[in-house]
Write a protein that binds this ligand. Structure first.
Ligand code: CP
Ligand code: NVA
Length: 312
């Protein structure tokens, strides 16, 4: 059974191939309008979502299939009345494929162990692979070939998006600089960093961590940031996190230190005045809504790929 729990479940060649397929699906949506006829996607959410829910549900409509939105607060699993094991055994009898947004990555792994249908990670504490496939598609569209491009990520780096960016960019031969506080609570998980560095070494790129924002962002082709208040962070931590991350805010000075044609990315949701200033996210270098749109195209390719529908 093939899943997409992290990008590292797939080889660099498989990642490159799904990106190429996403480009074809985006160019010729009509060619896939019946590709998933009579197929059902189950979408399990333990956390809020705008983009993930809408892009997966719309994607299934566009492929001729159906999607079920399932909020765990209304489920026996969420009420503590049913195990992950029984939930996975049961959904495998109804649906063709599942995407799940769960707090704990270990829960997603357990779900995948007991599932008889493919499982797609729609964000856990560890990884957000669908986001990064959309991001790589966007970077490719804006900048051309990925190998050798430099992406700088600034801000909270003990973070699902940061982790998947490091892995995904390393797989494609990009160079990554992460700029974050020198505090283990704000730095990438050491195991993910080591894996990303090993992949980068194989693919001719690099992954480095720096603690000076302007140094990290020097000559970057892509400047990327994510919320300082991820869904799982309690609201009462806002003030402390603003203090911690403000030196890594993406502002005009940062964008000036990057390459002249640099693009600005944020997976969204964004808070203006926090992880980036309004002039940056609303300015001419920002591609955040193209990035959001590409969730749709990239995920359609992932669904088709995991369901074994010909990628020609
Ligand atoms: N970027 C992203 O996953 O957005 P949502 O939380 O709105 O799904
Ligand atoms: N790091 C963020 C990503 C949101 C799409 C979070 O986990 O909330």
């Amino acid at each position: 059974m093939r899943h997409l729990l992290t990008l590292d479940d797939w080889t660099p060649a498989q990642v490159a191939s799904v990106l190429a397929f996403a480009t074809r699906v985006k160019k010729q949506p009509a060619a896939y309008a019946d590709a998933l006829r009579q197929r059902t996607l189950l979408m399990i959410f333990e956390k809020p979502s705008l983009r993930t829910r809408l892009s997966f549900e719309t994607g299934m409509t566009q492929l001729g299939g159906h999607a079920i939105y399932y909020d765990t607060s209304t489920s026996p699993m969420g009420a503590g009345k049913e195990t992950l094991h029984d939930t996975a055994q049961t959904f495998s009898r109804y649906v063709d494929i599942v995407m799940a947004r769960l707090f704990k990555h270990s829960d997603l792994e357990e779900m995948a162990r007991h599932s008889r249908v493919p499982i797609i990670n729609a964000l856990t504490d560890l990884a957000h692979p669908c986001q990064i496939l959309a991001d790589l598609l966007t970077i490719q569209e804006k900048k051309g070939a990925l190998p050798g491009l430099k992406l700088t990520y600034l801000g909270d780096s003990l973070n699902n998006v940061t982790h998947s960016l490091m892995i995904g960019c390393a797989m494609t031969g990009m160079r990554v600089a992460v700029g974050c506080p020198a505090d283990p609570a704000a730095m990438p998980h050491p195991d993910v960093l080591a894996r990303a560095q090993a992949l980068a070494a194989e693919q001719g790129g690099e992954v480095v961590v720096a603690h000076d924002a302007l140094e990290a962002v020097a000559d970057a082709d892509v400047v990327y940031t994510d919320s300082w208040m991820s869904y799982h962070i309690p609201k009462d931590q806002l003030e402390a996190r603003v203090q911690l991350f403000m030196p890594y805010q993406v502002n005009a000075e940062c964008m000036q230190a990057a390459a002249p044609e640099a693009i600005f990315m944020n997976c969204l949701p964004a808070m203006r005045g926090y992880e980036q200033t309004a002039d940056v996210i609303d300015g001419p270098q920002s591609v955040v809504f193209d990035q959001a749109e590409n969730r749709l195209h990239a995920q359609k390719a992932v669904l088709l790929e995991l369901l074994g529908v010909a990628s020609e």
